[in-house]
Design a protein around this ligand. Sequence first.
Ligand code: PRP
Length: 207
Amino acid sequence: MLNIALPKGRLGDKVYELLDSIGYHCRSIYEDSRKLVFENPETGVRYLLVKPSDVAIYVAHGAADVGIVGKDILEESRPDVYELLDLNIGKCRMAVAAKADYEEDTSRTLRVATKFENIAKRYYADLNRDIEIIHLNGSIELAPILGLSDVIVDIVESGNTLRENNLKVVTEFMPISARLIANKSSFKFKNQIICEMTEKLSSITAL
Ligand code: PRP
């Protein structure tokens, strides 16, 4: 059995459709919305539905052989896994954003609200800019509106969340998309099936 960690939600649904289309189907996945493990002995796949930010943890620890995860999460946590393929879906950008009337004042420490603490720290370290991180877990856009931070470092996809909250993009600095990752020892011991899956996925997701 190949254990595949799928991110729960929209991205996972898209990824499952891709895998289904290249032969790794498991129809029961559509049946019970509270079940977290689905397997199909015929196709040899077992799907594990996990929180998107946990996919790399399951794969790094070998609880899943492969998984699909956003580049943002890989950059944030830098897990010890192989990154095999860019699936060219789930595309968005990591950006610095602020209130529409924001002006940079380099004489002050910049207060940065984000859930991507490591990405933000690395980005500002490269710019030699002193920052204070305010770690939030969601609704990051609220922080500058309430004066909790000067800027946010967050994902921008359509830009609607920023627009609807009167915020603007200051800089976009990292393109993001979904990646296929593999556990290092699974890649060795289940090499044939993992490479086969990677090649099939690659042929349908190429730019
Ligand atoms: C993400 C991100 C932004 C939003 C961007 O939030 O943090 O808030 O999507 O998308 P848009 O540019 O298309 O509006 P998510 O929906 O993951 O919820 P969160 O607030 O819990 O982070």
